[in-house]
Design a binder for this molecule. Structure first.
Ligand code: ADP
Ligand code: MG
Length: 223
């Protein structure tokens, strides 16, 4: 199995006024294709920052990130955004759906933003709606759905480009425990049946147990 996500001597510093705050310090992680990894650690330890760097939503201060063996640092902006859109799916704690679009329009958004015609992706849309259990809800808008259903829409949207990697930041942090268990089961299914590499941020041991291993952060370091 090859490495799909690799960070080498990764550092991230945020400027707060005249102060530099070093949020990630010398992070070296290696995630193999098909793994389901949980990034754990106390609030403020740098979990989301690490996830966003891996997903190229933000840039490191120094060090290197490789996705499928390709170095992010040297990429042109356009090349990087293509990689982000096609190879990485994002799921967030508060779903980040567009309120005035229907379920299926939300799911198709990464394709329409990419200039593709959604009509060509009918079969894929059907399959994904079925996978996440939302076939009957396709014409609804997010406000007509429960939190768990909204998160299913977000997961479907993350899958529409058939990316290799799904990155999820506290995906069940806003859900009750029963719904959270269902959503974690869905991630597990996507990992096992579709072979997607999943990296989730969580501070719950219970949801970390759905993964095959944990990366523990404390004060910006892996320990
Ligand atoms: P976690 O997800 O583990 O709770 P974060 O990665 O969100 O932690 O944040 C780690 C630290 O970095 C915190 O101290 C936070 O305040 C700081 N931080 C995160 N994002 C920014 C930003 N855009 N500007 C300044 N400081 C930030
Ligand atoms: Mg966070």
């Amino acid at each position: 199995m090859g490495s799909i996500i690799e960070t080498i001597n990764l550092y991230k510093t945020f400027k707060l006024g005249s102060m530099d705050v070093e949020v990630l310090k010398d992070i070296n992680v290696n995630i193999e294709k098909g793994e389901f990894v949980s990034i754990m650690g106390p609030s403020g330890s740098g979990k989301s920052t690490l996830l966003y760097l891996i997903g190229s939503l933000d840039k490191p201060t120094s060090g290197s990130i490789r996705i499928n063996g390709r170095e992010l640092a040297g990429m042109k902006d356009k090349e990087e955004s293509i990689l982000r859109r096609r190879q990485i799916g994002f799921v967030f704690q508060f779903y980040n759906l567009i309120p005035n679009l229907t379920v299926e329009e939300n799911i198709l958004l990464p394709l329409t933003l990419d200039g593709k015609r959604p009509g060509k992706y009918k079969e894929r849309l059907e399959r994904i709606l079925n996978d996440v259990g939302l076939t009957e809800r396709r014409k609804h808008t997010p406000r007509e759905l429960s939190g768990g259903q909204q998160q299913r829409v977000a997961i479907a949207r993350a899958l529409i480009n058939d990316p290799d990697v799904i990155l999820a930041d506290e995906p069940i942090g806003n859900l009750d425990s029963k719904t959270g268990t269902e959503i974690m089961g869905l991630f597990k299914k996507i990992n096992i049946e579709k072979g997607k590499t999943i990296v989730q941020v969580t501070h719950s041991m219970e949801s970390a147990n759905y993964g095959n291993r944990a990366i523990n952060l404390k004060d910006g370091r892996v320990y």
